[in-house]
Design a protein around this ligand. Structure first.
Ligand code: APR
Length: 229
């Protein structure tokens, strides 16, 4: 049985990272157009850098939670087929929990991309006008390696191939309002089973055979125990 897991901001909520569209979410604090679009970056690069520098710094204050650890355990112990974790999240909590079969389709806060040479590099510190590309040395040409609205998500060929061969699709903590991730559940083969883990019904809830209506730290360890039993 080949498993594909898709996670969204909800899996990191109990670690203390804000989601985007819940009450008080990130998009109620800042204008998406100003900080998460190429146009916003062109208009005011300092504002965009400050937004992501603050979110990158916050990663030092949070830890992976039981849901992140349960998915890393499922990857390690799953013997009945393939396993792939696709995350929309740009935090590093899946990485720090030990997940390796992991694709960050919206990029990563802890990587910087060079506008001069196009390479991306691990990056822990604030990105400033003085920051130099580790690849080509160009100064002041780095942006967050995060996919903005209007840009192509990463790793889509590998994701589509995994979905086409998927038997169990588990979506955790996503409102399913941003494409293409929102449509993954509709790209599955007819034989596949879909489970949604979310205290609320997402926009795609009706496309899932099953809804586990609870918090990720409660429902994901329980689901992993069931799968590994
Ligand atoms: N456990 C499980 N799910 C939770 C929890 C929790 N503890 N807390 C909140 N949720 C659910 C909410 O019910 C909601 O459905 O997580 C979901 C969060 O939805 P969004 O804030 O829209 O986050 P996400 O779906 O990841 O957004 C997708 O939008 O802005 C872009 O690039 C950004 O990757 C992001 C994309």
């Amino acid at each position: 049985m080949n498993i594909v897991v898709l996670t969204g901001a909800g899996i990191s909520a109990e670690s203390g990272l804000a989601t985007f569209r819940d009450l008080g979410g990130i998009w109620s604090q800042v204008k998406l157009e100003e900080v998460a679009t190429p146009e916003g970056f062109a208009a005011d690069p300092e504002r965009v850098q400050a937004f992501y520098n603050a979110r990158r710094a916050q990663l030092r204050e949070v830890e992976p939670n039981a849901a992140h650890h349960a998915l890393a355990r499922l990857e390690r112990e799953w013997r009945k087929g393939s396993f792939l974790l696709v995350t929309q999240n740009v935090d590093d909590l899946h990485d720090r929990a030990g997940s390796q079969a992991l694709l960050h389709m919206h990029g990563e806060l802890r990587r910087a991309r060079c506008l001069a040479c196009g390479t991306d590099h691990r990056w822990e510190d604030p990105i400033t006008a003085e920051s130099a590309c580790p690849g080509c040395g160009a100064r002041g040409r780095l942006r967050p390696h995060v996919v903005w609205f209007g840009e192509m998500p990463l790793h889509m060929e590998r994701i589509e191939a995994a979905l086409a061969n998927c038997d169990l699709f588990i979506a955790i903590g996503t409102s399913a309002q941003v494409w293409p991730a929102a449509g993954f559940v509709r790209m599955l083969p007819r034989r596949a089973r879909g489970i949604e883990v979310n205290p609320e019904r997402s926009a795609m809830a009706s496309s899932f055979a099953e809804g586990r209506r609870g918090l990720a730290t409660q429902e994901v360890p329980r689901l992993v125990e069931e799968l590994l039993a």
